[in-house]
Design a protein around this ligand. Structure first.
Ligand code: MN
Length: 129
């Protein structure tokens, strides 16, 4: 059972928070600081789930999701993508879903919600049985 998660996020505080939270549950976290390197990492590495910030410094998260879904690497057509949106009330969430994300979470990131949403797709390696 794989447990490698790619987080595409330009904010270092969110990156550190999520890294600590997911590593505490036994996941391995790969980090990408912008959209283009995030797409490249998704294509290069074996990733079980992608956490995707929407507001990125180069291409936005919607474009990242579209590029991942249209990748020549066909496992990326169904690798789960959780969007992390700052403006869930302004339509970000709906746009993220239409761009190919499976679910979305609102910022600020709630650790228990993060664990639950990730575990819905990828069981925690630290859980017994
Ligand atoms: Mn951001």
């Amino acid at each position: 059972m794989g447990s490698t998660i790619l987080y595409i996020e330009d904010n270092p505080d969110n990156m550190m928070l999520v890294k600590r939270a997911l590593e505490a549950r036994g996941y391995k976290l790969l980090q990408a600081l912008n959209g283009v390197t995030g797409v490249a990492a998704a294509e290069r590495e074996n990733v079980d789930l992608i956490l995707l910030d929407i507001n990125l410094p180069d291409i936005d998260g919607y474009e990242v999701a579209r590029r991942i879904r249209n990748s020549h690497k066909h496992t990326l057509a169904y690798t789960p993508i959780i969007a992390v949106t700052a403006n869930a009330l302004k339509g970000d969430a709906e746009k993220a879903l239409s761009a190919g994300c499976d679910v979305y979470m609102s910022k600020p990131i709630n650790i228990r919600e993060l664990w639950a949403r990730v575990e819905a797709f990828v069981p925690s390696p630290n859980k017994q049985g």
